[in-house]
Write a protein that binds this ligand. Structure first.
Ligand code: FAD
Length: 696
């Protein structure tokens, strides 16, 4: 830290690296603004001491699961929640907080909000209004203006703190100044939000054709990924600062390495896919597959409700296409040597831990990098430096600029473009390998809920998934499959055979050499499990593949009932939904059997596309419609009988709709207003009787 720089403490709590990356970005930018950030993870308790901290503190923290803190923030949250702490415990502390979350989940930014609230209760004061960024619409919408406003807030705070300590006379005046300060900062954030709002409005106009510009008689020019129209095309631009390069990359000798062989982390276990089945009919809109994996040779165990992380590679031909476009395809077997640039200006610069030493170029692109990640604006800014065509250069500058915010969302973020898509659209852009490695994030494993019980299937776990497909769009003309589900389907679909009306893996003697193998890690759930009291009734809401954990629940219950005939078991309700009764009603036969022998007491199924317009009768279309039709039972189970409700599946629409329906049901049936009904849900949540396992 230079003596002219003012120190502040920067803490982050990250699950998948987003909060950490943003904290690092803040640290890098700090020095440009005359500040020095001392960065620590919230879990590195030996590195900071909030009880004694007198410098401003900036906290960046994400939220995971159903509103839980990321693993690295769990202890911190627990500590500040200690009931014995008094109301002035943090009276000396001045902080600013940036929470990251996803509004598709009902407990949006819960961890950030909890920390914020608790610090306030313990006397800490904000020197800058909290920002809550929403991954559902794009974190950068809040993150960028929040960081932009941070420097002014820090400067004002430091100046005011210095003058207060100099005067050290009238506390009331100081309080007044601090309040004014807070107001100024809040209004700055409001201004920024308004600014974003007006841009947003202009972007929605864009979508309805408002960005078209008449350039010549009869000729209408529309904006596209590679072309802008007025006013953006004529606007002066505020582009982000060029990220300082920090990696030196060298390609060494060739390595005879099989790129398909993963160097797995210690926590991963290789397992054989022993069985695969297509659960949907050929004419269903989505193809659903069930895979059975043999975990008997591993120490892995699970309870119904737990999930597994599956390590998957990127698509080989997409990797080859990208390497070809970067002009390094013929070097794909070369070993990549990475070093941090000795003279880098980037403050927090270290080698990416997810790229193992002595890996080949092809291996790194297949197993280590999320090559489909949507390029961030900082990445676009770097690409500008490697683009020779002036029009392309200008367009990339626009797309990463403040003024081009709506175009970035419309042409890059919404269609989920990848770096390869961008390089195809901007042919004169030829970035170096180091730029690519600096900007592409870690390839994340994909999680799948266990769709089985280990008690009914010893040594086995089942997972169920839809093959994700992204339709072509103007910016990406070819259909693309999801990274993991596309890979899994390529592994098993070619060897599935017709058997008894179903597509299944053939029975093979000594199959372990022939059958596909994958690496998995366990991902236990903290609360999404059957109640320990078997007499407690449960309601399960799981349309589509959201039914997965409930199949595990029911298999488990069936086994318990068989083994303990004297024990009392509560009612079990399942609300399932799909498009067509005959095409994608997955587990239909198994559910029928559970019903017949009494494990499943009530099954309610809705078919969203089997509606018969010729009759007056309105059939339930979605799971929430069936919840409404059974409102009295839902209320009875939850409130008279202290039952549990579990919701699993799509976070974008279903979980929100179910949540809203439950608010309606509770307010109607319990005769309370909506706010009270929301409190009732919050209370159920707190008691772990309203549980969600949702994904987008
Ligand atoms: P990806 O390639 O990762 O793409 C999926 C997402 O990326 C899309 O939803 C979209 O947001 C974005 N995206 C990428 N490219 C595009 C594009 N071109 N256009 C639009 N959007 C794009 N899934 C199940 O099916 N069954 C389960 O039991 C299950 N359990 C889960 C449990 C947990 C705890 C979690 C967190 C998730 C679970 N999921 C489950 C979701 C699963 O992990 C994967 O996200 C899903 O299978 C898709 O993975 P993928 O690699 O095939 O798709």
């Amino acid at each position: 830290m230079s003596s002219s720089q003012t120190r502040f403490l920067l803490l982050y709590g990250s699950q998948r690296g987003q909060a950490k990356a943003i904290a690092e970005e803040i640290a890098v930018k700090a020095s440009d603004h005359g500040f020095a950030a001392e960065v620590s993870c919230l879990s590195e308790e030996e590195k900071y001491n909030l009880e004694r901290e007198r410098s401003p503190v900036v906290i960046v923290v994400s939220t995971t699961g159903d509103g839980e803190p990321p693993d690295t923030a769990i202890n911190f949250v627990k500590k500040i929640k200690t009931k014995t702490l008094c109301s002035v415990h943090f009276a000396h502390l001045h902080y600013a907080l940036l929470g990251l979350g996803d509004s598709n989940y009902s407990n949006f930014c819960n961890c950030g909000k909890t920390i914020d609230k608790r610090l306030g209760e313990l006397g800490a004061q904000q020197f800058y209004a909290s920002g809550y960024a929403d991954d559902g619409v794009g974190l950068e919408l809040v993150v960028e203006p929040w960081i932009e406003g941070l420097w002014d807030a820090l400067r004002k705070f430091v100046t005011s703190a210095m003058s207060t300590s100099q005067k050290d006379t009238n506390n009331h005046v100081g309080d007044h100044n601090a309040k004014n300060e807070m107001r100024t900062i809040e209004s700055a954030v409001t201004d920024l939000n308004l600014h974003l709002l007006s841009l947003d409005e202009s972007s929605s106009k864009d979508e309805s054709g408002g960005s078209c510009n008449i350039v010549a008689e009869g000729e209408v020019l529309e904006a596209s990924l590679t072309r802008s129209v007025s006013p953006l095309s004529e606007s002066s631009l505020n582009v982000p600062a060029l990220p300082a390069p920090f990696l030196d990359v060298e390609l060494l000798n060739e390595l005879q390495q099989d790129p398909t062989l993963l160097k797995p982390p210690e926590t991963a276990h290789q397992v054989v896919i022993t069985s695969a089945k297509q659960l949907t009919r050929e004419d269903a809109v989505k193809t659903t597959l069930l895979l059975e994996m043999d975990i008997s040779e591993t120490p892995l165990v699970y309870e119904p409700g737990d999930s597994f992380d599956l390590l998957c590679p990127n698509n080989n031909s997409e990797v080859e296409e990208l390497l070809l476009r970067l002009g390094i395809l013929e070097k794909k077997h070369h070993i990549v040597k990475l070093q941090v640039k000795p003279d880098t200006k980037r403050k927090v610069s270290r080698l990416p831990l997810y790229i193992p030493e002595h890996s080949s170029l092809q291996y790194i692109f297949m197993w280590c990098l999320e090559i489909r990640a949507i390029p961030k604006k900082a990445f676009l800014r770097s690409l500008v430096e490697y683009t020779t065509n002036e029009h392309e250069k200008r367009r990339l500058q626009e797309l990463c600029s403040k003024q081009g915010f709506a175009d970035y969302n419309h042409f890059i973020r919404n269609p989920s473009l990848s770096i390869l898509d961008l390089l195809c659209a901007f042919p004169s852009c030829m970035p170096t390998l180091s730029v690519i490695l600096e900007h592409l994030p870690k390839l994340q494993p994909r999680s799948y809920s266990a769709a089985s019980s280990i008690y009914s299937n010893p040594g086995r776990v089942h997972i169920v998934f839809n093959i994700v497909e992204f339709p072509p769009c103007p910016e990406r003309p070819a259909l693309r499959k999801g990274v993991c589900t596309g890979w899994l389907s390529n592994l098993v679909l070619p060897i599935l055979q017709h058997s008894g009306g179903q597509m299944m893996l053939p029975e093979i003697q000594d199959a372990s050499n022939v059958l596909p193998k994958v690496y998995i890690c366990s991902r236990p759930s903290s609360a999404f499990h059957l109640p320990s009291d078997t007499a407690a009734p449960i309601i399960m809401v799981g349309p589509g593949t959201g039914i997965s954990p409930f199949i595990g629940f029911l298999q488990h219950r069936k086994k318990q009932r068989e083994e303990h005939p004297d024990v009392s078991f509560g009612e079990t309700w399942l609300f399932f939904g799909c498009r067509h009764k005959d095409r994608d009603f997955i587990f239909r036969d198994e559910l029928g059997r559970f019903q017949a022998e009494g494990t499943l007491t009530h099954l309610r199924v809705s078919f969203s596309r089997d509606q018969d317009d010729s009759t007056e009768e309105v059939k339930p279309k979605y799971v929430q419609d069936n919840l409404r039709l059974n409102a009295q039972d839902v209320v009875r189970v939850l409130f008279k009988e202290n039952g549990y409700i579990y919701i699993c599946g799509d976070a974008k629409n279903m979980a929100k709709n179910v949540h809203e329906e439950l608010i309606d049901i509770f307010s109607r049936e319990l005769q309370i207003d909506k706010l009270e009904a929301m409190k009732v849900i919050a209370d159920l949540r707190e008691k772990k009787r309203y549980l969600q396992d949702i994904w987008s």
